[in-house]
Design a protein around this ligand. Structure first.
Ligand code: ATP
Ligand code: 5RP
Length: 406
């Protein structure tokens, strides 16, 4: 380990050490070492190997998004990226089957890339991709930690087209890293690296309806094969994926509507946004009056509602022993431009201007769930993540200024 002093234009200095590059069995870390200093970036080469970057905002904020396959992770990621502006694209010139999406602010990596067994390997061993034995949590931890510490990594790629593990791709530390997939909160070491975590909890009935929509209508699968695939995954889903929701800071729960008796179409949805209290840099959204229990049917003069209408509820609750606030929306919007009426009754949205939620929703009317609580709550969580990110940055900058005064 070597030591150095970094000077910036604000005459701040910080003594820091350079760690030697670490070799992993799946790839090599790049020799990037990051120091935190003022907002001015300085970069220099020390000795033969280390690249030093200094900036107040260089440490990556890590977000975890957990859900089963086909439960809306990609849609949520598109909404999140849109909140930060700019589009997300696969790494330029890289593997066309890469699962990674990069935008100016965010890099989204798919945890399927940490499958340690390929499709044939899983078949031979008789395990599903949901089984921890089919995944390399040591490597997941090492690489997420390295990125969080400002170190680039060579991350493996699981190719969903071939079912094979492809050669790795370089992932540079972004401002925000999102790790999405089956197990972002399964391994405690990885979980502890997360600055914020979300679980998309799609009830079996709704999951089934969505699978039919996508796999039958769009991919030509038979009803029997969809049923069989859901049944085959269920024991491992219950054992390894579902329990992660107890660790999530926000859960978006999607259930069949209660507005239509015995509805089995799964088109009208009851969606609950479960927000943990006491999470650093995250203050739950509320309806009318923080901490009260509210039931609100907004259909009337300002909101057009056709059958079965819309019902909002809000109130405190307990979730896996944690104190939470729950905002619920049952039903769907007829006219999305009228969402502004609902938005104006919600507080703590972390918007930057009046009507930002409605504007975001109107931007993406073609995304699934745009007329109901799934789209609304995904958008709200996206805004809360932006706010969390900005609060983390300003808190770090404050700490640095205080450290230099001491
Ligand atoms: N909010 C929603 N409302 C209705 N249908 C939805 C919603 N979200 C997702 N779906 C359905 O589920 C399908 C999968 O969505 P998406 O690609 O976002 O999920 P995913 O979790 O990223 O899937 P995978 O892991 O299989 O890539 C969509 O094509 C759509 O049919
Ligand atoms: O649960 C999944 C997460 O996306 C996939 O089924 C898993 O990654 C295996 O992929 P494939 O079916 O393409 O071999």
């Amino acid at each position: 380990m070597a030591a150095c002093t970094v000077y910036t234009t604000q005459s701040l200095n910080s003594t820091c050490s350079i760690s030697t590059p670490t070799k992993t069995h799946m790839g090599f870390y790049q020799k990037h070492v990051v120091f935190y200093s003022s907002s001015k970036k300085t970069s220099k080469r020390s000795g033969s190997s280390a690249v030093i970057t200094c900036s107040a905002d260089t440490q990556t904020v890590v977000i975890g998004l957990a859900a089963d396959s086909g439960c809306g992770k990609s849609t949520f990621m598109r909404r999140l990226t849109s909140v930060f502006g700019g589009a997300a694209e696969p790494p330029r010139g890289g593997n066309p089957d890469s699962n990674t999406l990069i935008s100016d602010t965010t890099t989204v990596i798919c945890l399927d890339d940490y499958h340690s067994l390929d499709r044939t390997g899983r078949k031979e061993k008789g395990v599903t991709a949901l089984d921890p034995r089919a995944n390399d949590f040591d490597l997941m931890y090492e690489q997420v930690k390295a990125i969080k510490d400002g170190v680039s990594v060579e991350k493996p790629i699981y190719n969903h087209v071939t079912g094979l593990l492809d050669p790795p791709e370089l992932i540079k530390p972004p401002k925000i890293l999102v790790i999405e997939g089956l197990h972002p909160m399964y391994d405690q070491r990885v979980r502890d690296l997360l600055d914020f975590s979300i679980y998309l909890d799609i009830s079996n009935e709704v999951k089934f309806a969505w699978k039919i929509q996508r796999d039958m209508a769009e991919r030509g699968h038979s009803l029997e094969s969809i049923k069989a695939s859901i049944e085959a995954r269920k024991p491992d889903f219950d054992a390894y994926i579902d329990p992660q929701k107890q660790y999530a800071d926000a859960v978006i729960e999607v259930l069949p509507t209660q507005l239509i008796p015995d509805d089995n179409e799964g088109k009208v949805l009851r969606v609950r946004l479960i927000m943990k209290e006491g999470v650093k840099f995250f203050s739950p959204v509320y309806l009318f009056d923080e901490g009260s229990s509210i039931s609100w049917i907004p259909c009337g003069r300002k909101l057009t509602c056709s059958y079965p209408g819309i019902k909002f509820s809000y109130g405190p609750d307990s979730y896996y022993g944690h104190e939470v606030s729950v905002l619920e929306m049952d039903g769907q919007f007829d006219r999305l431009d009228e969402l502004i009426y609902v938005e104006s009754h919600l507080s703590n949205l972390s918007t930057k201007f009046y009507g930002e939620v409605t504007q975001q929703m109107l931007k993406h009317t073609d995304f699934p769930g745009s007329n109901n609580g799934t789209g609304l709550f995904q958008t709200i969580v996206g805004l809360k993540i932006r706010d969390l990110f900005e609060q983390i940055l300003s808190s770090r900058a404050k700490t640095l200024v205080e450290a230099t005064k001491a």
